[in-house]
Design a protein around this ligand. Structure first.
Ligand SMILES: [Zn+2]
Length: 349
């Protein structure tokens, strides 16, 4: 029963992160109310309204969990932070566990049984990497949709998002993004869609890369929030420029694929290849098409430079701090220089 309650809470928690309607604040308040109820408090009806009963009960709950004691008083503006922070404070398990069902797999018909087996083992490894090496606590449920066929993956992801009452008209977007690639993925805050060609066997390294990368985006969304449906501008304000979001996912992906290589190794690998221009990096501020090869190239180099100056763990720290102080401040604290200084550094290195 308890288990069931927890599951309901996490589902609500996650829906709250998929920000796609004007009732955003209400949904985050509801999420806090759900979590209070689940923790044995009585905030009254779960109505999304921030009344006295909710705030009183929240004060009591805060006393119980040291990690949330210092948060400022709750308001509709910071309810999302509470929603996440309570989730983290109360989660006592890291990674993929059967009983919490943190990861739900939705598999298409176009993937072979052998492919499914391999996919699960890759997923175990990736979660081990995030949980044990980086200390990441995945607080909400993530659905991974996988198929060897781009159209099927798109359709399944769409269904999952619709079931969560989230932005779901992604079939065209996903197929445009992924058609023609032997492996490809995209994260939609709560749902990761991946497709890969099984024609020449299961592309295990590619899928390892893909899952590590998309999970990085998911984990960031869980910490920072997802503002995708509210437009690029809002999304960038919350998370930072696109090149940065991509840079950090790529840095983590490479740490997982090449565990023994330090970031310096990757930096030198890139330095030999081309001259990187600051102005071009600045242009990669918003979402770009998958056909823009500079996007991945520049983001990779930027990511390796950042990690070489700090460490992979700083990436997690950066995401954790972002909702409290904004991405620019969190950037300087985590990576040891301001964004403007980094732009300069990027052009010089
Ligand atoms: Zn990405």
């Amino acid at each position: 029963m308890r288990r069931l309650n927890a599951f309901v809470t996490w589902t609500v928690f996650l829906s709250a992160l998929i920000v796609c309607d004007p009732a955003r604040a209400e949904r985050f308040v509801s999420c806090v109310q759900e979590q209070l109820t689940d923790a044995g408090y009585d905030p009254g009806p779960i109505d999304g309204l921030l009344g006295r009963k909710t705030t009183n009960q929240l004060e009591k709950l805060k006393k119980e969990y040291p990690t949330i004691q210092d948060l400022p008083n709750i308001s509709t503006a910071n309810a999302s932070v509470y929603c996440r922070a309570i989730g983290l404070a109360r989660a006592n398990k890291v990674g993929w566990t059967e009983d919490r069902e943190l990861i739900k797999l939705v598999l298409g018909n176009e993937i072979s049984p052998e492919g499914v087996r391999k996919l699960k083992s890759v997923l175990d490894d990736v979660l081990e990497f995030y949980g044990n090496q980086l200390g990441v606590n995945i607080p909400g449920q993530i659905t991974i949709v996988a198929s060897a066929d781009v159209d099927e993956a798109a359709k399944l992801a769409s269904n999952e998002l619709r079931a969560q009452r989230a932005h779901y008209k992604i079939v065209k977007e996903f197929t445009n993004w992924c058609r023609g690639y032997s492996y490809c993925g995209k994260s939609y805050a709560g749902v990761i869609a991946i497709s890969f060609s099984e024609l020449s066997g299961f592309p295990i390294t590619d899928v390892r890369r893909l899952l590590t990368h998309e999970l990085a985006h998911e984990i960031q969304a869980q910490y920072v929030g997802n503002f995708r449906a509210r437009g690029e501008e809002r999304q960038v304000q919350a998370r930072g420029p696109k090149w940065l979001t991509e840079a950090l996912a790529i840095a983590l992906e490479n740490k997982f694929i090449f565990p023994d290589k330090e970031a310096d190794y990757h930096v030198s690998r890139f330095r030999n290849r081309a001259t990187y221009k600051t102005e071009r990096l600045k242009e990669l501020y918003y979402q770009t098409s998958s056909g823009d090869s500079d996007f991945r190239d520049y983001s990779s180099y930027a990511g390796f430079l950042l990690v070489a100056r700090s460490s992979n763990k700083k990436i997690i720290e950066f995401w954790q701090e972002t909702p409290y102080v904004g991405w620019e401040k969190a950037f300087s604290t985590s990576f040891g220089l301001s964004v403007e200084e980094f732009y300069k550094y990027f052009g010089e290195n």
